[in-house]
Design a protein around this ligand. Structure first.
Ligand code: SF4
Ligand code: SF4
Length: 499
């Protein structure tokens, strides 16, 4: 890792106070995927000889296949509204991290090969040949976009930089220049069933250990069932929930909620991953393959419902694509939504008194919440508009003595990415992750200072991992990040009022 300065936090969050530093992040690139990572996904092992032709052909395929992509590439008027809305631009000052500039890396090549004016007038209309230098720029800056879609909220045309970034990564994978972190993980899911490569015996051991811990801690026989045929609910959760902190506290919370609700549930060793990195590399083929594991597990186990654990991009894929990718789900009980989020499940129980929670169990804690970008801008929870913001807050408020929100420009649909989303949660991109976390850190520091906030709840496995890593760089304690269901786990009253 090269030496770099940790950004200084401004007193007022989300204000544009960035020094332009052209080329500041040009050196940063994730590790390149090797043949071992690419080939299992059906991609070339390394940069192919005729890469330029293949890249342009793939670009043409994507533009034809996804009308939205062509519209985004054709309709930008360079109004600049998105320019200062990206956390990576705010944290790095590199103008190529302005969303419009990022889009133009791809748009300029599109213009050159797919528009009449670009073919005739070339650079006069901002068109560029796809050279090796341009490809290197793509590799660097399309891996400095977490596909969080904040910029699209401010664009008068709704241009979605995330979709352009996904398309660029897809093109690069098809010529053999994918990123190691994402491709290695996807290959593990295909082979073993989860991002960590945790095989069934190790998973079973881990869950058994959790059962013992909870029994010892509470005196209640809370189960963590695996591969139970005929269970009503299949829980699909990010594999980080099995052991990482504070993720595992969330898993314990889900188990206590299921236990107290008296429902039968199970996890699956075959579909032991909610995350779907296929989205990060822009590959619907990979997304489909990963999603289909959930379908197969649901059919094999004969469950009636599917509930997702706390994972932002998993919920985005599940909410937006699960039905079209892996449906129809007509074998599940139609009385329940497919899929359902664990926060919806718990919220419903709290509302109708199905479980009781005691905020005093989290005494001394003053909570705020980080809206995960993928939950905020790409999904919903429950049936009410804005449910993805309301339900987590209602669950948290029921479980803690005091809750305060962060600056309004940094929450809800304007929330900032944690800095590690979009397949960037890898140590080879640590500089980007630290700098990209700056806007969220500013907002958090403000409520710590003004409201006495002690903890920040997160509902995404990537956010939890990212924050625990970057908080100390900004002088804050990693322990201040908690899972939403970690709070539920502390507050839930076990053994009484069984429904
Ligand atoms: S990281 Fe988010 S805000 Fe930045 S360009 Fe990508 S989608 Fe837009
Ligand atoms: S806000 Fe939209 S139209 Fe304006 S520069 Fe950004 S992408 Fe282009």
């Amino acid at each position: 890792m090269v030496e770099f300065q940790i950004p200084v936090l401004n007193d007022v969050p989300a204000e544009f106070d960035t020094k332009f530093t052209p080329g500041a992040m040009a050196h940063l690139k994730p590790f390149l995927a090797k043949a071992d990572h690419n080939v299992p996904l059906g991609f070339p092992g390394e940069l192919v000889d005729d890469w330029q032709k293949k890249a342009i052909d793939r670009m043409g395929d994507l533009v034809k296949r996804y009308r939205s992509l062509a519209v985004y590439l054709d309709s930008c008027v360079k109004c600049g509204s998105c320019a200062d809305k990206c956390h990576y631009f705010l944290g790095t000052g590199d103008p190529k991290n302005m969303p419009v500039a990022r889009q133009d890396l791809f748009r300029s090549v599109y213009r050159r090969y797919f528009t009449p004016t670009g073919r005739v007038f070339g650079s006069l209309v901002g068109a560029r040949d796809l050279t090796k230098e341009v490809l290197d720029e793509w590799y660097s800056y399309f891996h400095q976009c977490s596909q969080c879609r904040r910029c699209s909220v401010f664009c008068p045309y709704g241009i979605d930089t995330a979709e352009i970034s996904m398309a660029a990564r897809d093109v690069m994978d098809h010529i053999g220049v994918g990123m190691k972190y994402c491709n290695e993980i996807i290959a593990k899911v295909h082979k073993i069933g989860n991002n960590l490569g945790l095989p069934k015996p190790a998973l079973a051991d881990t869950l058994e250990g959790l059962e013992e811990d909870v029994q010892d801690g509470t005196g209640h026989p809370v189960r963590f069932p695996l591969d139970v045929k005929g269970a009503d609910i299949l829980l699909v959760t990010p594999s980080a929930d099995f052991f990482a902190e504070p993720h595992v506290d969330g898993l314990i919370g889900y188990a206590k909620v299921f236990h107290q609700a008296g429902v039968s549930w199970t996890m699956s060793s075959y579909a032991s991953e909610a995350g779907n990195f296929g989205m990060f590399i822009g590959s619907y083929e990979q997304m489909y393959k990963v999603s289909n594991r959930i379908r197969k597990a649901a059919l094999d186990l004969g469950v009636k419902r599917i509930v997702f654990g706390e994972c932002g991009h998993a919920w985005r894929v599940a909410y937006s694509f699960l039905n079209t990718l892996a449906g129809p789900w007509d074998f599940l009980d139609p009385a329940y939504p497919v899929p359902q989020h664990i926060i919806e499940f718990t919220y419903d129980l709290i509302k109708r008194g199905g479980i009781k929670v005691d905020a005093e169990a989290n005494q001394g804690m003053v909570l705020t919440v980080h809206d995960s970008c993928n939950v905020a801008r790409a999904s919903r929870m429950g049936t009410m508009p804005g449910g993805q913001f309301i339900l987590p807050r209602e669950v948290i408020k029921a479980c803690v003595p005091k809750f305060v929100d962060m600056h309004p420009d940094t929450i809800g649909d304007k929330t900032f990415c944690c800095g590690g989303g979009g397949g960037l949660l890898t140590d080879d991109l640590m500089e980007l992750r630290i700098k990209g976390a700056m806007p969220r850190m500013e907002a958090l520091a403000q409520v710590i200072r003004d409201e006495g906030v002690t903890h920040m709840a997160a509902m995404c496995a990537i956010c939890k991992s990212q924050f625990t890593k970057v908080l100390p760089y900004y002088g804050m304690k990693m322990e201040m990040i908690v899972s939403v269901h970690g709070l539920v786990s502390n507050a839930i009253q076990l053994g009484t009022n069984k429904i």
